[in-house]
Design a protein around this ligand. Structure first.
Ligand code: TTP
Ligand code: MG
Length: 369
């Protein structure tokens, strides 16, 4: 395999920094972004905070009431999360980052891997210059700072980016992997949470260096074949996972089991109307128009049947989804001699709606220990 140069870009205190960009007067105060649960005035958790607030121990995951206690009389600003706004900023930054990569993979609202191997001709000094350019460009265009890790694979790049924050730039060349990882706590490895850390401690393993010295067979015995091998490879900085371009969604579908097996159109439509609404909500969220509507039915003999209809022009009309589903099921049930057990609907053949293209309304991130 050819040598790779991988960059991980992680935007600094992202949600809080977005708020600072919008209102620069926040920059010299503690800023706390809150997810209010709504149960009582201060119930809920801290989503993130700026680095001033972090100095007082206010960080992701702690309760809002504890954050308020820690920041009492510190002129702190508590703001509710605004995913739509952060999504818009994120999307603009991701577009900038894409321009610097041979291959690009966004992994969260504020994180992306860039395979820059060809761009820098496999040279880590060139990669340093490129990373500096990336930082400057994002700062100039969107006023947001980020931390970058550069390494020969995703695993090393990710750990490197976490080492120095905010505004960090950490380069780990292939020959530096061992010394770079050796002294770090095992918890820095993806997949090693508090539970695994505790288990490792009983084996006398605290650092990644300790883990690297541990016999792979022993790790397989304790942690199972798959995880044991992963831990062994990770401890010596081996990771072959490619930077993968995310494929666009090709279809959105929902399927559900009927209360009773039936050939009755009315009962089927009661169910599918609801599914249509769910699919429609998803379409709106992603700013997509569709050209095809399909139905699927699992029959009492467990065979799966499907039908679909394609329109000439893209549309985003809920009424049209429901109407087409009705027509397709009507015809299908008339022709079918069996009853249906499960029914589903699917829309596909997407076109992006220009005006909604810049909208991300939700994201999922893995929790970190
Ligand atoms: P992170 O990149 O983990 O955190 P961060 O960008 O706030 O801070 P850092 O400078 O350390 O990178 O997460 C990105 C965003 O995801 C963060 O701004 C808010 C959100 N988030 C949560 O809502 N809950 C969480 O527990 C975490 C970790 C993040
Ligand atoms: Mg971040």
């Amino acid at each position: 395999m050819q040598a790779r140069v991988i960059m991980l870009v992680d935007l600094d205190y992202f949600f809080a920094q977005c708020e600072e960009v919008r209102d620069p007067s926040l920059k010299d105060k503690p800023v706390v972004i809150c997810v209010y649960s709504g149960r009582s005035q201060d119930s809920g958790a801290v989503s993130t905070s700026n680095y001033i607030a972090r100095k007082y121990g206010v960080k992701s995951g702690i309760s809002i009431s504890l954050a308020k206690k820690r920041l009492k009389e510190k002129d702190a600003m508590f703001l509710p999360v605004n995913h739509k706004f952060y999504g818009e900023v994120s999307e603009k930054i991701m577009e900038i980052l894409k321009g610097y990569a041979d291959r690009f993979e966004q992994v969260g609202i504020d994180e992306a891997y860039l395979d820059v191997s060809q761009k820098v001709k496999e040279n880590f000094e060139e990669a340093r210059k490129l990373a500096q350019k990336v930082k400057e460009d994002v700062k100039i265009q969107q006023k947001i700072t980020c931390s970058i890790g550069v390494g020969p694979n995703k695993l090393v790049a990710k750990i490197a980016a976490d080492i120095q924050k905010p505004e960090g730039l950490t380069i780990v060349k292939p020959e530096q992997i061992e010394s770079f990882l050796a002294s770090l706590p095992v918890g820095r490895l993806i997949g090693v949470g508090v539970k695994t850390e505790k288990k490792m401690e009983t084996l006398g393993i605290r650092t990644i260096g300790d883990l690297a010295k541990c016999d792979v067979q022993r790790l397989v015995e304790v942690f199972g074949k798959k995880f044991g091998r992963y831990l062994h490879n990770a401890s010596i900085g081996i990771d072959d996972a490619p930077v993968q371009e995310r494929r666009e969604v090709e279809s959105i579908s929902r399927i559900s089991t009927l209360k009773e097996d039936t050939r009755d159109l009315r009962i089927v439509l009661e169910k599918t109307d609801h599914l249509c609404e769910e699919v429609y909500a998803n379409l709106v969220q992603q700013g997509l128009s569709f050209r095809s509507v399909g139905i699927v039915a699992v029959m009492t003999d467990m065979t799966i049947r499907s039908r679909s209809k394609t329109f000439e022009n893209p549309t985003d009309n809920l009424g049209l989804i429901k109407k087409t589903v009705k027509e397709l099921f009507e015809k299908f049930l008339n022709e079918s001699e069996l009853e249906a057990r499960r029914v589903g609907i699917k829309v596909s053949n997407f076109a992006k709606k220009q005006e909604e293209q810049k909208q991300i309304t939700s994201f999922i991130r893995p929790t970190r220990n």
